[in-house]
Design a protein. Structure first.
Length: 361
């Protein structure tokens, strides 16, 4: 039987290949590869799509975070509160600019930051909160904003969610090929709602200069390139459909009764299902059984960030973030992408059903 991948990236863009090739050829013919018309147009299209004040194309989602932190003047001696149940880049960006990541625990229902735990960790040194819209589900922005600190929304996994991008001082995005909005390589974006912050990010992505003549800041070389921007302009037009299809796929899993077998992600407002992440005490058995049937699954953040070797310097011990550590032990994700078909999902649910019936051990 055919293998089922966790995400079929190519199936999503396959019908668009002729158009992508045409745009690719146009860039080659133009001879302009860095900060040209496609980047400018894509930035404007993102401003319109996201409803934000400004958007700056950068090299990847990690740099997007670093550039925002740097532009806000955050550095040594400052603290930024973030989850430990997220991709490493979230905390890495904070540590990279010399600040201290302060890890808060998550809500077991949403897997996003628990705002009460965030509130308890605020100190006079806290300069920002960095919520992650994990797996495409919006973090509790209103509750976090009420804490009175700047929010930097790590939105790498949630482009196109109606709920995100306008509450924080900035939202950052990754266009890594498995993301909801993706390019054909690395790419990223900073969406900013403060003109001064946007201007600083724009300068920082190009060596701290506005005009390539005067260098006002010590910056970076972190630009989205023309080829990727040209691809992204094609794919952004498809994004509402991509996200609708992801949401429809998530609903199919629920309709097939998956929720009777394992804990499934809820149908939250604004959820764009970057991943379909379930939980079960039987996760290892279920994964092994699905693997035998050629069905790919994945587990996320099995060593949460506070326990990663590079983050041990910040003094967290096992047991310090109980919900995070429990979810790290029992989560697993099932195949989902824009355009996944019903029979494929039925095969997945049948396999989970069979596995759930097996005796443990
Ligand atoms: C939550 C989160 N933050 C940041 C990043 C970093 O993005 P990139 O891989 O484009 O640097 C990712 C991407 O993998 C992510 O999932």
């Amino acid at each position: 039987m055919a293998r089922i991948p966790l995400v079929d990236v190519k199936a999503q863009y396959a019908p668009l290949i002729p158009e992508l090739k045409r745009r690719f050829a146009e860039v080659i013919e133009s001879g302009v590869f860095i900060l040209g018309p496609n980047v400018k147009a894509f930035e404007q299209e993102c401003i319109d799509f996201l409803g934000v004040q400004d958007a700056i194309g950068v090299a990847n989602g990690t740099d997007a975070l670093v550039l925002v932190l740097d532009a806000l003047g955050i550095g040594a001696g400052d603290e930024v509160i973030c989850p430990a149940f997220t991709f490493y880049a979230t905390a890495e960006a904070i540590a990279r600019i010399g600040a201290t990541p302060v890890f808060a625990d998550i809500d077991p229902e949403t897997l996003n930051l628990d705002s009460d735990d965030v509130a308890a960790r605020i100190t006079p040194r806290t300069k920002a909160i960095m919520p992650v819209h994990l797996f495409g589900r919006p973090a509790p922005l209103a509750e976090l904003a009420a804490l009175g600190l700047p929010l930097i929304e790590d939105s790498a996994q949630a482009f196109g969610s109606s709920e995100i991008g306008t509450t924080g001082v900035a939202a950052t995005f990754s266009f890594f090929p498995t993301k909801n909005l993706f390019c054909l390589g690395d790419g990223g974006l900073v969406a900013a709602n403060d003109p001064e912050l946007a201007e600083r990010v724009r300068m920082l992505r190009f060596h701290g200069s506005r005009d390539k003549v005067e260098f006002e800041l010590v910056g970076y070389n972190s630009r989205l390139d023309e080829v990727q921007a040209a691809m992204l302009r094609v794919l952004l037009k498809e994004l509402p459909r991509f996200n609708d299809e992801r949401c429809a796929g998530a609903q199919v899993y629920r309709d097939l009764g998956l929720g009777d077998l394992v804990t499934t992600p809820g149908a939250a407002v604004g959820h764009v299902y970057h991943l379909f992440v379930c939980r079960s005490p039987e996760r290892d058995n279920i994964r092994a059984a699905l693997g035998e049937q050629g069905i790919a699954t994945a587990v996320y953040y099995t060593t949460p960030l506070h326990l990663q070797p590079a983050m041990r310097q910040f003094g967290y011990e096992p047991g310090s973030l109980p919900v995070t550590e429990q979810v790290a032990r029992d989560n697993f994700s099932l195949p989902l992408w824009a355009g996944i078909d019903g029979p494929t999902q039925e095969r997945v649910v049948d396999a989970v059903r069979q596995a759930a019936r097996q005796p443990v051990g």
